[in-house]
Write a protein that binds this ligand. Structure first.
Ligand SMILES: NC(=O)c1ccc[n+]([C@@H]2O[C@H](COP(=O)([O-])OP(=O)(O)OC[C@H]3O[C@@H](n4cnc5c(N)ncnc54)[C@H](O)[C@@H]3O)[C@@H](O)[C@H]2O)c1
Length: 396
């Protein structure tokens, strides 16, 4: 199905992400049905959308009549049959649980027309497995929005093993029609692009802190004020939710092994005590009085190049696996987390040989797989493809 043919959508799950995705679709003229497990949740979700549209009107970004028309395009139901009967695309945004998602995909397979595309907003679970719960794996793909969907420019479009190129093209075009910049994850890898690279830099920060080499405030100050990132790694982990960082980290460890060895002594106690970051008021920092103050005077406590090195290394794993292009990786990190540069362009400027040597030094010192240079990085460095100065690195 071409994206121009998409007129009607269903969004399954009307929580933090689902109601935002439904609002976005409706703002761009699509008819949407939101599905959830009871009417009260759906009423709340619709109230949130109404409130959010009101804010757009207040800021004069849209007119009141546009807000009214947007709201009128959003229906709610607990019935998959009602929501699915003539949709062109369904986007699942239910809790991050594979057996639940599989049961939802099986239901969608029964309740939507056979040519409808079924997409999942999962942060890291297997698209292939969800596809297998249906009789149309070619029409099942990942469509990973960032939070909040109306504000964040990035969408990761993920190919499962059975996904057809046509399905990917349709979702890429749909993302563009929603005003987003899509990047393509060519293989069904865990963490996709953005969460996978964030997983690596988080671990480098957690282990550095755990080894007592720098304070969390010092790491965050260096990342923010020296590195030019919008938030330090501890601040960002708290901001996005430590439970999410924990779940993604666990899956990365299960899939990729020792390279993603979790810093359990640091994070497990916080999870156990339900200190999940901003949303619970406490995580690595106290958020009860607003955003934590990251002291400026610690801006040299941590070597930011260590974060860049593990990020470039993970990018090299993605490229070596033919899961993503350097361009899409850089776009993902800049639009998905507001990095000042992408890891590939940064490595090309710094020198891939410099990056590889940095990693080798860290690997020799700590004997951790996190720091072992990826074969592709070593290969490029040995061929003299060291980046900008050589005319070829991650980029030509
Ligand atoms: N929150 C984020 O920052 C974020 C960002 C990107 C992706 N995601 C992913 O999006 C998905 C949803 O996350 P969320 O944060 O919106 O979760 P959430 O808990 O806020 O919302 C999930 C909603 O799904 C509903 N639900 C549960 N079972 C259902 C069923 N059988 N049928 C229909 N609805 C059902 C719940 O009642 C709830 O309203 C997850 O896969 C998550 O990994 C989350």
């Amino acid at each position: 199905m071409a994206s121009g043919m998409i007129k009607k959508a269903a969004v399954i799950g009307s929580g933090a992400m689902g109601h935002g995705i439904a609002e976005l679709l409706a703002m761009y003229g699509y008819e949407v049905f939101m599905v959830d497990i009871n009417d009260e949740i759906l009423r709340n979700a619709k109230e949130k959308i109404k409130w959010s549209l009101g804010k757009f009107v207040e800021k004069r970004r849209i007119r009141q009549e546009d807000a009214d028309a947007t709201l009128a395009r959003i229906g709610t139901t607990t019935s998959y049959e009602e929501a699915g009967k003539d949709v062109d695309v369904a986007i699942e945004a239910a809790p991050e649980n594979m057996s639940l998602k599989k049961s939802i995909f099986a239901k969608l397979d029964q309740s939507t027309p056979m040519d409808a595309i079924l997409a999942s907003n999962t942060s890291t679970l297997s698209i292939t497995e969800m596809g297998k719960a249906t009789n149309r794996p070619d029409k099942v793909a990942g469509m990973h929005f960032f939070n909040p969907p109306h504000a964040m420019a990035l969408v990761e479009v993920i190919k499962g093993e059975g996904t057809s190129p046509e399905t990917i093209n349709t979702l890429v075009e749909l993302a563009k029609k929603l005003g987003k910049t899509p990047i393509i994850v060519r293989k069904d890898i865990r963490g996709f692009i953005v969460n996978r690279i964030l997983g690596a830099v988080f671990l480098e920060a957690f282990w550095t802190f755990k080894r007592g080499e720098a304070t969390k405030e010092g790491i965050d100050a260096s990342i923010k004020y020296t590195g030019g990132f919008p938030m330090g790694w501890f601040e960002l982990a708290d901001f996005s939710g430590l439970d999410i960082a924990y779940d993604v980290g666990k899956i990365l460890y299960e899939t990729y092994g020792e390279r993603f060895k979790p810093c359990s002594e640091l994070i497990d106690p916080l999870i156990k005590e339900h200190k999940l970051g901003q949303k619970t008021g406490v995580g690595f920092y106290d958020w009860t009085k607003g955003r934590p103050r990251i002291p400026f005077n610690l801006l040299e406590e941590y070597d930011v190049d260590r974060s860049w090195a593990v990020a470039a290394n993970e990018a090299a794993w993605l490229i070596g696996d033919d899961a993503a292009s350097a361009e899409d990786i850089d776009t993902g990190m800049k639009l998905g987390t507001y990095w000042p540069q992408g890891p590939c362009e940064h490595a090309d400027r710094t020198g891939l040989d410099v990056m590889a040597n940095k990693l080798k030094g860290l690997h020799a010192k700590y004997n951790m797989e996190l720091y072992r240079p990826c074969p592709l990085l070593e290969d490029y460095a040995s061929k003299g493809w060291t980046g900008k100065k050589a005319g070829r690195g991650f980029y030509q």
